[in-house]
Design a protein around this ligand. Structure first.
Ligand code: SME
Length: 173
């Protein structure tokens, strides 16, 4: 099976180039959203430094529902008007939060989290999921991380089918 080595020693552009290449290889030939999100979570968590949570929330048409992730157990459902994830999903914009304690309505799933990056996964301009990254370090994420994860989100969107494509992989409950 595919194994990844830590990318921590590389500069960020090289980290994300390698991450995208590995993500592409992992999703090659597979379009199931749960399988792909599970492997991408594991890839991100095992490759990038200073993370304590990496994973997905899927949009079920009403709210965000917890998907595959690595880290401590997290809240199951997030309304679109709540938290950093809700802000990313409702605005369709990446949320870069250097200090989670300064973000109104931040939902603390792990008390160790200090900074957060949430990137929407968009298909045909609509949100289908968000990628959520938490770090125990203050201001862990910058614009290079945001662009890197936006590129990953766009790769996932093109490689992964949704409920609209196939009722058998419907994420909604
Ligand atoms: N902090 C997120 C909630 C999800 S956990 O970080 C995994 C938020 O405020 O939306």
């Amino acid at each position: 099976m595919f194994s990844s080595s830590s990318l921590a020693d590389l500069p960020k552009p090289a980290q994300y180039a390698a991450l995208l290449e590995q993500a592409q290889a992992l999703m090659s030939g597979e379009s199931n959203p749960i399988a792909n999100a599970a492997n991408i979570s594991a890839l991100v968590m095992s490759s990038l430094p200073q993370l304590n949570w990496a994973g997905f929330y899927f949009f079920d048409g009403q709210e965000l529902v917890l998907g595959p992730f690595q880290g401590k157990p997290a809240c199951l459902r997030i309304a679109l008007n709540r938290g950093v994830c809700g802000a990313a999903a409702s605005s369709l914009q990446t949320q870069l939060v250097p200090d989670v304690h300064a973000f109104p309505g931040h939902i603390a799933c792990d008390a160790a989290s200090r900074s957060e990056l949430v990137v929407p996964v968009l298909r045909d301009g609509a949100v289908v999921a968000v990628i959520d990254l938490d770090s125990p370090a203050h201001a862990r994420f910058d614009d290079e991380d945001a662009r890197g994860f936006e590129a990953l989100a766009s790769l996932i969107a093109t490689r992964t089918r949704t409920a609209d494509d196939d009722d058998n992989v419907r994420i909604t409950s």
